[in-house]
Design a binder for this molecule. Sequence first.
Ligand code: ADP
Length: 363
Amino acid sequence: GKRIGLLTSGGDAPGMNGVVRAVVRMAIHCDCEAYGIYEGYEGLVQGGDMIRQLYWEDVRGWLLRGGTLIGSARCAAFRERAGRLAAARNLILNGIDALVVCGGDGSLTGADVFRAEWTGLLDELVATGTLTAEQVAPYATLNIVGLLGSIDNDFSGTDATIGCYSALTRICEAIDDVFDTATSHRRGFVVEVMGRYCGWLALMAAISTAADWLFIPEMPPRDGWEEDMCSIITKNRDRGKRRTIVIVAEGAQDRNLNHIASAKIKDILTDRLHLDTRVSVLGHIQRGGPPCAYDRWLSTLQGVKAVEALLALTPDTPSPVVTIRENTIGVSSLAETVKLTQETAASIDAKQFDRAMTLRDSE
Ligand code: ADP
């Protein structure tokens, strides 16, 4: 059986522990060994006791734990070839011939770079006398499988990333709590939610909480949005609505690509509508807490799929990433998914932006 290394990297997300549990147990079930690589790529670069075998009972109870118990880190060294060379050496010294990486866009980009460089890294390890040709021979190809762990749901090619529904649930609960105060005092609340360049969390939270107005990066509001927002809020309040909620994605911008800050919205509501308005930046509570039921089964089924995909890999198959589409777990090409995701993010300034404008102007 294979020796499967496993790491969680980048921003932590609820469900990452479910992935570790599923991969460890599925690996053991398939007569493989599982190795936890602690602190993300940092553990891979450092080696030593940062890489430890994980057994069936080590991951007991992990399904319902938030964050990631094997740690995560931002690792500058892995961005450099020298760091990845050390990482390759550590994998071989531990006899690890397959790698499962659970993380966001950055982490999977790193995995793809590592895979593409692999042969060159092995040559260099031999050329520099770090390892012998006999030592590297069994590791000619690096089998990598990616899993999408991120609260932002900012990946192309999959309906949901592991962690996004837990974060959405947390956001809704927080807004429900703010509602009580807002209703009691007839207040306005501007709630800022995470998501980086992606508005999914903000959009879904706005629908789920019946918010009055929403700002997301994918849909910059037209010029004069201040009046648009104020007139809708006034209409809603005239109908007897006692509380006003405006949701802002942290990456929200206007059509001139200026960031739309929560404080600015607060000032508009205060100055133009004379609303007693507060800003609530939800921050890291969105990332914390136990995974919701969706993320528990998603992380379990995708972790199982990751091991299956690893074992099915042949030298010519491109590295896969585990996805979910129309409620079906599957795999896509890691490199293509990463590329598509980066193009989509980049196009928010251009293509998406233009489309949003066209839609709005024709209203
Ligand atoms: P996320 O995975 O949540 O998007 P980051 O973007 O911080 O988080 O990436 C996590 C880690 O992945 C980085 O600290 C770095 O070690 C590695 N990484 C990111 N991008 C690259 C890259 N282009 N090349 C190599 N490693 C990378």
